[in-house]
Design a protein. Structure first.
Length: 156
């Protein structure tokens, strides 16, 4: 029998590994331990925000099995990212290629949303999850520059 603690972290960690490797491939055209490691630390906040949203929906820390099942919804995006990273930075070199990746991303978005909707079982739970996780994500990633942007627009 597998360790239930590990069960709750294997897919989130796998997600971070794929993010990190794809970013390394896109920026360096190779896997660089430095880029993969530093990116993994930075992007580990994405799965943590997803787990926090899941905790809000379940009104408590989610069980390992729930976290594991929830991260199945990331699979379409991981496949898309792997494909994009394989083609490299020149993947959108032409308008037709750009359109292809846009359409592919739209299909992946719908596929991923359908998996998440089926996981939560209701639109209300899905919306609560998105409100919590996306707010956290935006606060973390946009927090460093949004304060400056607001101050500039207000003339402060």
């Amino acid at each position: 029998m597998s360790n239930p603690g590990w069960l709750g972290w294997r897919r989130p960690l796998f997600t971070v590994l794929i993010f990190s490797c794809c970013i390394s491939l896109l920026t360096q055209s190779r896997l660089s331990l430095h880029i993969v490691g530093s990116t993994a630390i930075y992007w580990s906040l994405v799965p943590l925000a997803g787990i926090a949203g899941l905790a809000a929906v379940q009104r408590g820390w989610p069980k390992a099995q729930a976290v594991d099942r929830f991260f199945v919804g990331y699979a379409p995006w991981l496949l898309w990212m792997i494909a994009f990273a394989i083609y490299g930075p020149g993947a959108v070199g032409t308008p037709a290629a750009f359109t292809f990746w846009e359409v592919a991303a739209a299909v992946v978005l719908l596929w991923s949303c359908w998996i998440d909707y089926r996981f939560f079982g209701s639109a209300g739970k899905l919306l609560l999850h998105r409100a919590v996780s996306w707010t956290m994500f935006n606060a973390i990633f946009a927090g460093s520059w949004i304060r400056v942007e607001i101050a500039e627009r207000l003339g402060l």
